[in-house]
Design a protein around this ligand. Sequence first.
Ligand code: ZN
Length: 285
Amino acid sequence: MSNVKIGIDVGGTTLKLGVVQNGLDIIYRDTRPSPHDAEKMAAELYDMIITAQKQFPGAPSAISTAGTIDENGCLDANQLGFEKAPVGPLLFEKLGYKIPIENDGVCALVAEHAVGSLKGCHSCLMITLGTGVGGGVIVNDKPYRGWRNVHAELGHMITHVDGKKCSCGQTGCWEAYASASALSEMAGGMAPRDVIDRVRNGEMQDIFAAWVHEVAQGLIGLCSIFYPERIAIGGGLSNAGELVVGAIRDAVLNEEAYKNYYAPLQVVQAHFQNDAGILGAAALA
Ligand SMILES: [Zn+2]
């Protein structure tokens, strides 16, 4: 079967494999618990790939994973308890060839750019609003990368000098103010979903506006560097749709100083939630 690719999403609790046809349709799935051991992880990934390839011979594969991957395919991921875990080298040994292994934020960005909300944009960016703030930037049709191929960490851009302590160890990171967790904190510990429900009912408007302002200020900073034509908003909070996405759009576009400069900028909801890793990995296979 032509135009069929295998994408695998390695998360803290689950390994999800999907066989993707024409970049978008997932026509086969395999889900298993994530082993928290490099040897067992490589064995499980190998078995999932081989099992899928029995039905889809010759389908190329790639992996999306939490954490960071070094140039040798070794993995650092808190969620999995991995520190320089040689998952890539062990898997390549079993397969007899190398496959791409990419950070999950980059894969989500690639999926949106290839077949989702950022399709057709040459310069664009995506943020995910969840426990943290993730995302990435497409520059001239490619995910932006720094030295040694390291991907962007948008959430750890500092927006407040000597501000709140972030999980990464810095102070004043955007993530500490603009994540779903930050919204929850601003609302006295109420779950983000409940805050959104209250906002929809016309309550907690000040808290919501203050949080949207934090999100927007970070985006405006990113706009001044990258001048994107479109911004996609993803992650758990984007499920609230226009309530959240529209508020962020208004806050960015109504920024007085740059009103005309940013006028054509689009702020949209990301298309993919749970399958972003699979689709992004498949696009890289
Ligand atoms: Zn940080």
